[in-house]
Design a protein around this ligand. Structure first.
Ligand code: M6R
Length: 608
């Protein structure tokens, strides 16, 4: 998972590349580098460490040129080091390459190239691409050399390529990893995603699988790997560039937590009628809907937790049995999938390799596939039959927050939509559910008002080594999500459990050092949760509870209570997850952790 940027035009490429890399740093941040062509010579500057290391070196160098490529890396092959940082070049420093993805057959290719006399200096799978192009370039044009090389590669790539003898051209290509082209006036850009170039242009072309683009300052030509011209559509992006900035918050994650009322509102926008939901882009005909006997939802990480919540919503509102699986598990088992299955993939990025593989498998078996996704034009959306977009806007913090709550809203809307079309829901019931949904943004604003109070009590717990999160029913996945948020950004060990399971094991952990975060808002199992809280207190455990404000017993026994507005139980996960996001954030912040770029993690996991 890496970030790629490229520029050709009249401006100084180095400055534009660095600015783009800053916006891409969330994709990977163990090393970075840029290359330009200056007076017919390739100039490369790269460094291990975060982007600021590279910026420091650049301040003392004179890197000129109006064409260049840049890269921010998240290591897959070869440790983070100066040698392994991109860009990588051929033997004569004439061809230079930046790459996102994994070349699976790089060992064989490397051996062949070494036999032919190439000197490979890094441990990466990327460097061999520059050497392969060099080899083909002996007898072919630059463009042909690239396409012949690409035909030899197995695996995934998004590539930006320069050649010093062609100082007016960037070649870009993609297979399995995202790449876009930004169109300007006498200048063009390539990037792994939209925010990287949004301050320069809003006109975007999405490269498709096995496409190559030959990009000059005044021309973009897209071809397949045989050189046949492909006609491409431009997309006009409406995102505000300020949406991709921190907006005065200390971290992107905090900003994104506070953006949730707006993100939810935007996700609902245009889809709600008085007693029905209209989701035009799901593209399910009435015959498709009649056919559905089962729903299968597959996702990873936080999106998987959304899927678990979605199961409750779909089964209750559409009465269709729903199965949920993790992307990396699904692809290695043999679930019964056929044309009576509606398959749903949930993904913030739309580029998660395990979810893409699951989607392809389901399609191969004949299922109709729809996706819930936040990134327009991403691989998952392009390969799905229909899409529900979450309009969360760009999510930069590695820890997913607004993407999750908007996924829950999309699932709730889809459950009503399906329930109505399957005649499992009356117009009256749909109307009540939609009314509840309309209340949601204001309820989220109310929960966000607890930020100060949560921040205050984290001072007692930020040094704890372990946390337990308990929830039941539709809020059990929220206990899992609360634990995931805490561990990924604060590095504290945390577990999410269904509260009723506590007596079967985890209760042994409880003592005066163990904070137990309990989701105890009104529900069918409210009394049982209350008993679980009593059990924790009886063993001197620390109880942090989420509850509706009218419950005196919880106020009496819990150490801290965050008040949650009352809402339909199916929507309660949207409200309950927010204090848990804030809890994780303030603890991580007090521990001095790198909240937006936690160690070992990357925003989008495009490898298996
Ligand atoms: O982009 P996706 O939603 O497909 O990503 C799935 C997971 O990698 C992601 O949710 C991950 O677990 C986040 N770091 C959670 O905060």
């Amino acid at each position: 998972m890496c970030g790629i940027i490229g520029y050709i035009g009249k401006e100084k490429a180095g400055d534009i590349l660095i600015e783009g890399l800053r916006r891409l740093e969330y994709r990977g941040y163990d090393s970075a580098g840029i290359a330009t062509i200056d007076n017919g010579q390739i100039k490369i500057i790269k460094s291990v460490g975060k982007l600021r290391q590279l910026e420091k070196i650049l301040r003392n160098s004179s890197l000129s040129g109006n064409i260049g490529i840049g890269h921010t890396r998240w290591a897959t092959h070869g440790k983070p080091s100066d040698e392994n940082a991109h860009p990588h070049s051929d033997c004569h420093n004439q061809i230079v390459v930046v790459h996102n993805g994994i070349i699976e057959n790089y060992i064989e290719l490397r051996e062949e190239l070494i036999k032919k006399g190439h000197k490979i200096v890094s441990e990466t799978d990327t460097e061999i691409i520059a050497h392969l192009i060099e080899e083909y370039h002996k007898n072919h044009s630059f463009e042909e050399a690239v396409s012949l090389s690409l035909k030899n590669l197995k695996g995934a790539y998004a590539l930006g390529i320069l050649h010093s003898q062609h100082p007016d051209t960037i070649i870009a290509a993609r297979l399995g990893s995202p790449l876009i082209i930004g169109l300007g006036e006498n200048e063009h850009f390539i990037a792994s995603d939209i925010p990287a170039i949004l301050s320069h242009t809003r006109q975007i072309i999405f490269l498709d699988e096995e496409e190559m683009a030959i990009i000059k300052a005044d021309e973009v030509k897209v071809t397949d790997l045989n050189g046949c011209i492909k006609s491409k559509t431009f997309h006009q992006i409406t995102w505000d560039p300020i949406m991709a900035e921190k907006d005065g918050y200390k971290h992107f994650m905090l900003k994104e937590i506070h953006e949730q009322p707006r993100a939810i509102e935007d996700t609902m926008r245009g889809n709600l009628k008085e007693d029905d939901i209209f989701l035009d882009e799901v593209k399910l005909s009435s015959e498709d809907i009649d056919k559905i006997k089962k729903v299968f939802i597959v996702a990873c990480g936080t999106s998987y937790h959304a899927a678990l919540v979605g199961k409750f919503m779909l089964e209750e509102l559409s009465l269709i049995p729903t199965e949920v699986d993790i992307g990396s598990e699904f692809r290695y088992r043999q679930p019964l999938i056929d044309d009576k299955v509606l398959f749903i993939t949930i993904s913030q990025s739309g580029e998660t390799a395990d979810s893409i593989a699951a989607l392809r498998e389901a399609k191969r078996k004949g299922a109709k596939v729809i996706s819930i996704c936040n990134v327009l034009g991403s691989t998952i959306t392009r390969e799905s039959d229909g899409v529900i977009y979450t309009h969360a806007g760009p999510e930069i913090g590695v820890a997913s927050t607004k993407a999750f709550t908007t996924q829950l809203v999309a699932l709730y809307m889809f459950s009503i939509y399906l329930g109505r079309r399957k005649r499992a829901l009356s117009p009256q019931k749909a109307k009540e559910l939609i009314l509840e949904l309309r209340k949601l943004p204001q309820c989220v604003i109310n929960v966000l008002k607890s930020a100060e109070e949560i921040k205050n009590y984290t001072k007692y717990y930020f040094k704890c080594n372990d946390f337990l999160f308990l929830g039941r029913g539709i809020n059990y996945p929220i206990a899992l999500e609360g634990a995931l948020k805490l561990k990924e950004i604060s590095y504290i060990h945390a577990e999410g459990y269904p509260a009723g399971e506590m007596k079967h094991g985890p209760i042994a952990l409880i003592d005066e050092n163990m904070p137990v975060v309990t989701i105890a808002t009104e529900s069918k199992v409210y009394d049982k949760i209350l008993s679980n809280i009593e059990e924790v207190k009886a063993r001197d455990g620390i109880v942090i509870a989420l509850a509706n404000s009218d419950n005196q017993r919880i106020m009496d026994i819990a150490n801290h209570v965050t008040h949650i507005s009352k809402i339909n139980e199916l929507l309660s996960p949207v409200l309950n997850v927010i204090p848990l996001q804030m809890l994780a954030y303030y603890i991580a912040e007090k521990r001095g952790c790198d909240v937006d770029q936690p160690r070992n993690l990357a925003k989008s996991v495009t490898v298996e």
